[in-house]
Ligand binder design. Structure first.
Ligand code: BES
Ligand code: MN
Ligand code: ZN
Length: 482
């Protein structure tokens, strides 16, 4: 991928697709309309294109300007967020138009905004085509021309890295479960090992048993594919801070004996979305050489049905003493995360633990696919995560980590059970996790990414499937630590 900052005019620029951000006043069309003898205005009014956010109008140019195709994208009121949404929409359209060279024109873009627009457009341009026949694949944009103040080459390289790691996470989420299972996920984690300062260590299933990772063992034992615990460490020179990132790596969630219906199972390859997010964020942080030490823990398992599946009524005894009675084998993610959170809190020097998981359908109901649910007791941590997400226009919304609801987790036979009941499902899941975070230990935040991790159909900004949301937000957040 290469990036240029053209000095040509908008009508001269040579490319496959020229995307122009258009506000509701449509004033951005004026420069172009002359080249089209006024036909552009006629066309936009006939097609009722009014520049609202997410609106798109594609027009072939028939050689009237340098670009082969013109894509008008609505940026509404022109807010930073609306402009990025529009850039994402344009990137997605460029894919349908099979563009390899794309120009982005958004009025008055600073150097910094130019990179944000590039990242949004590239995210929109992503497609998962590994399993498509050769002749059905469409090219990716390789050459970007950004009408913005020029960024220096370090900034461009950083943007390209963030784009690459977000795409890496999406590939993992999209891969079918026959090809992406715990051991192959661990093999993918080895992609990070080539980066300076990064080491990857994998505990196989026997080792997990020996080390008392009871959640990974209980959930994983029902599958023919052995589960594992993946640990990636990044140790930069002169680290200003040390964080732990924990990801749910359920490579397929059938629900176990509390079996999901087919409809609920169709997309459950996405249940390792938290793992993909955290591994990718770790990869990006290390690739960018940020001065933040990272320990990334991923519990990788398949939640399946077999003669060896864990059962309702089973009681797990965790390493930190907490006992958990199983009331629903489909609430498996929290069991696996518990092992990882315990480990993460044991790493010396870690100031902050953040976990990401496709944890609950309740989070999807609460905030939908545009938002990750954020749970934390720490207002400072909440503020910095929300600000970072906002900077890259990824939806993040704080939800209550309401201590009194811990009552709902009480068990008659163990300390807690693994489900809380119908109400506040995302909160009770978060409260469950809190039992495995060391008291008076590191700050902790939980991200329930069940909504944005995987889209059933295309949104304005993303193709269907994995979105890799929170990879760039977490990378940005890490860059602001210390
Ligand atoms: N992986 C699911 C949550 C999920 C649902 C992710 C939809 C993405 C989209 C999780 O393991 C699960 O099954 N959660 C249950 C918990 C319940 C049994 C307490 C749920 O949300 O129904
Ligand atoms: Mn489940
Ligand atoms: Zn799950």
């Amino acid at each position: 991928m290469n990036v240029q900052f053209p000095t040509d005019s908008i009508t001269e620029i040579q490319c496959d697709v020229l995307a122009v951000g258009v506000g509701t006043d449509l004033k951005e069309l004026a420069d172009l309309d002359a080249a089209f003898d006024g036909q552009l205005t006629r066309e936009t009014s006939a097609k009722q294109f009014r520049g609202s956010v997410g609106a798109m109008l594609h027009l072939p140019t028939f050689g009237r300007i340098g670009a082969r195709d013109l894509v008008l994208v609505g940026m509404g009121d022109g807010s930073a967020e609306s402009r990025r949404t529009a850039a994402g929409r344009a990137g997605r359209e460029a894919r349908s138009l099979r563009a390899e060279r794309m120009a982005l024109h958004f009025p008055d873009s600073s150097a910094e905004e130019g990179m944000q627009l590039l990242e949004a457009a590239a995210a929109g341009n992503y497609a998962f085509q590994m399993y498509k026949p050769e002749d059905e694949r469409s090219p990716t944009v390789e050459s970007w021309q950004i009408f913005a103040s020029a960024s220096d080459s370090d900034q461009v390289q950083a943007a390209l890295k963030r784009i690459r790691w977000q795409g890496w996470a999406r590939d993992l989420v999209n891969m079918p479960p026959a090809d992406l299972y715990p051991e192959s996920l661990a093999a993918k984690a080895q992609d990070l090992a080539s980066i300076d300062g990064v080491e990857v260590e994998v505990w196989d299933f026997e080792r997990c048993q020996a080390e008392g990772c009871v959640g990974i063992v209980a959930v994983g034992q029902g599958s023919d594919k052995p589960g594992c615990l993946i640990r990636v460490t990044y140790r930069p020179k002169g680290a200003a801070d040390h964080i732990a990132l924990v990801g749910k790596g359920v490579t397929f969630d059938a629900g176990g004996l509390s079996l999901k219906p087919s409809s609920g199972m169709q997309t459950m390859r996405c249940d390792m979305g938290g793992a993909a997010t955290m591994l990718a964020a770790t990869g990006a942080i290390a690739d960018l050489g940020l001065p933040v030490a990272v320990d990334c823990f991923v519990g990788a398992v398949e939640n399946m049905v077999s003669g060896n599946s864990y059962k309702l009524g089973d009681i797990l005894r965790y390493r930190n003493g907490v006992t958990v009675e199983i009331h629903n084998t489909d609430a498996e993610g929290r069991l696996v995360l518990a092992d990882c959170l315990i480990r993460a809190c044991e790493v010396s020097g870690v100031s902050t633990v953040v976990d990401a998981a496709t944890l609950t359908g309740a989070a999807v109901v609460a905030v939908g696919s545009d938002f990750t649910g954020l749970f934390t007791h720490d207002d400072g941590l909440a503020g910095s995560l929300l600000a970072a997400a906002d900077e890259v226009s990824e939806g993040l919304w704080r939800l209550p980590l309401h201590a009194p609801y811990k009552e709902l987790l009480k068990s008659d036979y163990a300390q807690i059970k693994n489900v809380g009941g119908r109400s506040a499902g995302a909160t009770t899941a978060a409260l469950f996790l809190e039992h495995f975070v060391k008291k008076d230990g590191p700050r902790w935040a939980h991200l329930d990414i069940a909504g944005p991790a995987f889209l059933d159909k295309a949104s304005t900004r993303y193709a269907p499937g994995g979105t890799g949301q929170m990879v760039r937000a977490l990378t940005t957040w890490a860059s602001q630590l210390g």
